[in-house]
Design a protein around this ligand. Structure first.
Ligand SMILES: *Cc1c(COP(=O)(O)O)cnc(C)c1O
Length: 494
């Protein structure tokens, strides 16, 4: 298996693509094809454990890794790190609606699924491409990636990790999770700006010649733990394949029978991983792309025009408050039949004019697979209340956006296939908004009191990683202007 950039023809091994994170031309690395799941392999996967499924899927993409290397990576990532033996349990909420709970890991959001594995993949990759080098992981986070990356990389040898988050754009719990992070190799810094500012800043630093030179002199190099790194995507493919296997195993789906996938979407990484699973042979009919009020993707899927010249909203689902969905570039590359020149020009339009338009043919292909819909904060809140009342199922604000959009989709189209909804965070991570959806009582000021109240109302226990935050010391108090990110990095690595 070789990897190329979405913006020019290249040929890299998976270790090279994972070590670098982002291509030197600004593009993202994509696999040149998708290893098919044969009928025999499907039979094996259905009977296998989650870890065995992960090993088999990874092996198809990481052909330069040995079987033993892959096994060690998967064992390290998914042994004793998640609450249950199965890190991605599928919960039936109604006859047609299944929630794939991806938040039973150390930071209570779905990013753990990939970020528990990425440090292992990266360590093996570097041992192949540039042994002895120190890799500096730069992260821009809308809240959940930062903590998940810190958990994954803290005290991992030969790595440093620097996380930037929007000072006023994350929940109290998210901020505490990051600012209390321990580890000899970690740095955490708030910026005065939103997530897109943080992400653009990080992307600019990746492309900065001076900075590259500075790192080279120190025998260091940058890489990324954001979903622009292919090493983040491949673990995410696994849980969609796994959800399908579980449905078949439980007799809910016949072999070959299709189902839908609905994903609360921000940077487009999670839903793209589901689409990759389909390219491998998982029978997904429709990908329902759910947005909050920042509904740039809904508009794009409906019109073919991607236009970021619009108001930015701060919502109760902050991890989806995004106007530049990086991974869309990968989907466009595939839909344009690997036309890198075309993608480079679309991305240039986005950079210069803040918008681009796809061809009619590509729009038709896009709409064949994808449905886009959005839900306001109030609609999401209503969905949390409804399913708590009807089925005693409590979901977080991000997942609620997806539930709301799925129900609108089903109503609008009459499509009554089984739908798997990615449940991306524990409700306790966004406790104030969730509590207000299920209780009329006054919401306490203190974040931990909110969590306790939510626990009392729902009968669910506060996840340990959140409960223990209360006693932790705040270690990172930096807050800087968005222009000062490069300086912060230089000082930190000096
Ligand atoms: C990151 C995140 C999302 C968005 O996922 P993308 O892969 O960026 O589309 C949704 N929900 C939660 C809770 C998240 O942390």
């Amino acid at each position: 298996m070789r990897f190329t950039s979405t913006r020019s023809l290249q040929s890299l091994t998976s270790a090279e693509a994972i070590s670098r994170g982002i291509a030197s031309d600004g593009g993202l690395f994509v696999p040149e094809n998708f290893p098919p799941i044969s009928p025999d392999m499907a039979k094996e996967l259905i009977c296998a454990s989650y870890k065995e499924r992960a090993e088999k899927i990874l092996a198809g993409f990481l052909t330069d890794f040995t079987e033993e290397e892959i096994r060690k990576c998967v064992e390290g990532a998914y042994t004793h790190t998640f609450e249950n033996e199965d890190p991605a349990p599928l919960k039936k909420v109604t006859d047609k609606m299944y929630l794939l709970e991806l938040w039973h890991g150390p930071t209570c959001a779905f990013k753990d699924m990939a970020l528990q594995l990425l440090p292992y993949l990266l360590t093996v990759s570097i041992s192949k491409t540039s042994p002895g080098k120190t890799i500096v992981i730069l992260v821009a986070t809308s809240g959940d990636t930062g903590k998940a990356a810190l958990e994954g990389f803290a005290d991992v040898e030969n790595t440093r990790i620097i996380v930037f988050f929007p000072q006023h754009g994350v929940s109290d719990m998210q901020k505490l999770q990051m600012t209390t992070q321990t580890g000899k190799n970690v740095a955490v810094c708030g910026i005065e700006g939103n997530f897109d500012d943080a992400q653009s800043g990080v992307k600019a630093i990746f492309g900065d010649e001076e900075m590259r030179k500075f790192l080279k002199e120190k025998n260091m190099d940058f890489s990324s733990a954001n979903s622009i790194n292919f090493g983040r995507l491949v673990p995410q493919i696994v849980y969609y394949v796994s959800a399908w296997c579980d449905l078949v195993k439980q007799g809910k789906l016949k072999e070959g029978e299709s189902f839908n996938v609905c994903v609360p979407t921000g940077n487009f990484g999670n839903i793209l991983a589901a689409w990759y699973a389909k390219q491998m042979g998982v029978p997904v009919a429709k990908f329902i792309c759910a947005s909050n009020s920042n509904k740039i993707l809904t508009d794009f899927i409906r019109t073919g025009v991607y236009d970021r010249n619009r108001e930015f909203y701060t919502t109760t689902s902050p991890s989806m408050d995004i106007l530049i969905s990086s991974n869309l570039e990968r989907l466009l590359y595939h839909l344009y039949d690997n036309d890198a020149e075309k993608i480079a020009s679309l991305m240039d339009d986005l950079k210069k004019k803040g918008k681009f338009t796809v061809s009619g043919e590509v729009l038709a292909k896009l709409q064949q697979d994808f449905y886009g819909g959005s839900a306001s904060d109030d609609e999401a809140k209503a969905s949390i209340g409804k399913h708590f009342k009807n089925e005693k199922y409590l979901c977080d604000t991000h997942t609620a956006v997806a539930v709301n959009v799925y129900e609108k989709y089903a109503e609008e189209t009459g499509d009554n296939r089984i739908t798997v909804i990615a449940s991306t965070a524990s409700p306790f991570k966004f406790a104030p908004a969730v509590l207000s959806a299920v209780s009329n009582e006054k919401i306490p000021e203190d974040g931990f009191m909110v969590a306790e109240k939510l626990s009392a109302v729902s009968g669910m226990e506060i996840p340990a990683p959140l409960a223990t935050l209360k006693t932790k010391e705040i270690l990172h108090k930096n807050s800087i202007a968005k222009e000062a990110m490069a300086d912060f990095i230089r000082k930190n690595l000096a």
